[in-house]
Design a protein around this ligand. Structure first.
Ligand SMILES: Nc1ncnc2c1ncn2[C@@H]1O[C@H](COP(=O)(O)OP(=O)(O)O)[C@@H](O)[C@H]1O
Ligand SMILES: [Mg+2]
Length: 387
């Protein structure tokens, strides 16, 4: 029997050709890119929990920006490289230079551009300066000059420079977002740079920060669940190349199970497809239903346990107790105090952690949701079985 190709892959971000939905975010990106190309740069940020599609939407942005003639720089994984703003500055300039070199092999361009690029030094030296504030100021000035120099030298070749920074919550932790704002605000007065941050940020969440400079400079779009129409388009598109069809009720069942959560959707679809035998040519509702235990098991292992396990014993107890005593996913702080017999102020620290880990979401003041029904069921099951 030939090995069947499974078109669903929960380990990889979506490729632009099978990306669905996010019309609003894409429209905003396109508008802001247009502004940037016309010399009036704008930035944005994408915020969302794990698996909501941040990396996927950056892939889409990259495709759009390249089609518009922009130079696109992707950066992420800073932990290894970056502990302070000086390292960040060098990392940024080096990343732009590396991208330029890979797009413009120097051997072929013995032009002014080629000789500029080969002589350009991305390093930011701060020898002999020991005062921290002064260091920061000088790093800012040098970075700004480097970025402006780059733009002057490439503006005939590219419409804009678009920097897509993934997993940027770790930049928030080292205070780098404010630094970037200070640098780019001035750079953007005469150079077509655009920055898009993606990550799980705190700054758009804090009430007092909603009108803060950071939020104005990187206006945040929160990624929401996919809708049934989008899930349906996604499934049909992906299945098209396999010769397998899917019934309407199976599509609805997959939507219901996944609740439109992108990662869960791809994981469920993968397992359902995987369960087909060589004679089955259609996914119907029964096929989806027979996979439910496999789905629970796989999600527990790959998604839920990594979220739950790092919690302290007391935090685990609290969230499991709440999950076992509420009807749906939604509860209020008042209900939580009754269930746990703890005070508001005792609970708030734990809730902060649950929110940070994406275990809870908070749609409005004093109201919380457990992020997914299957996760709630995981908590209840664990509690019942003393796991
Ligand atoms: N808009 C989308 N269309 C199709 N699949 C998506 C979309 N967004 C996310 N996915 C899928 O969901 C999973 C998680 O997406 P990813 O971009 O890695 O999330 P994040 O970076 O937020 O953790 C991936 O398997 C990806 O293919
Ligand atoms: Mg990601």
């Amino acid at each position: 029997m030939p090995i069947r190709y499974n078109p669903f892959n929960p380990q990889q971000p979506a490729k632009p050709h099978f990306f669905v939905g996010r019309d609003n975010e894409l429209k905003i990106f396109q508008n802001f890119l247009g502004q940037t190309i016309h010399g009036s740069p704008m930035n944005m940020s994408i915020t969302g929990d794990r698996g909501m599609g941040k990396t996927s939407i950056l892939n889409k942005f990259e495709e759009i920006a390249k089609n518009e003639g922009a130079l696109v720089i992707r950066i992420s994984n800073y932990e290894v490289n970056i502990n302070n703003i000086i390292e960040l500055s060098e990392f940024l300039v080096t990343s732009i230079q590396r991208e330029l070199i890979s797009r413009n092999p120097i051997s072929k361009t013995l032009s002014d551009f080629g000789s500029w690029l080969s002589s350009f030094k991305p390093t930011i030296e701060l020898k002999g300066i020991s005062v921290a504030i002064e260091k920061k100021q000088i790093a800012q000035d040098i970075l700004r000059e480097r970025l402006q120099e780059i733009w002057r030298n490439i503006k005939d070749k590219y419409s804009a420079i678009v920097i897509l920074a993934d997993e940027a919550e770790s930049l928030e932790d080292i205070g780098a977002l404010t630094f970037l704002r200070e640098v780019f605000q001035r750079v953007q007065s005469d150079s077509n740079y655009m920055i898009v941050l993606a990550g799980k940020f705190n700054f758009p969440e804090r009430m007092s920060e909603q009108f803060s400079p950071l939020n104005r400079f990187f206006p945040a779009q929160r990624l929401r669940r996919l809708e049934v129409k989008e899930v349906s388009v996604y499934l049909e598109n992906r299945l098209k190349e396999t010769g397998i069809t899917i019934s309407k009720s199976a599509t609805h069942e997959i939507f219901r199970l996944s609740e439109g959560h992108p990662y869960v959707l791809v994981c469920v679809s993968f397992l359902v497809f995987d369960s087909l035998n060589e004679y089955e040519k259609e996914i119907d509702k029964q096929v989806v239903k027979r996979c439910i235990w496999k789905i629970r098991g796989r999600l527990s292992q790959d998604f839920f346990t990594p979220m739950f396990h790092p919690l302290s014993p007391q935090a685990k107890k609290i969230i499991s107790l709440i999950a076992s005593n509420i009807r749906g996913l939604k509860f209020t702080l008042n209900e939580a105090t009754k269930i746990t017999k703890m005070q508001n102020n005792q609970l708030s620290g734990y809730f902060g952690e649950f929110l940070k880990r994406g275990i809870l979401t908070k749609p409005s003041r004093g109201v919380y949701w457990i992020f997914h029904t299957l996760f709630k069921e995981y908590l209840v099951y664990n509690k019942k079985n003393n796991i």
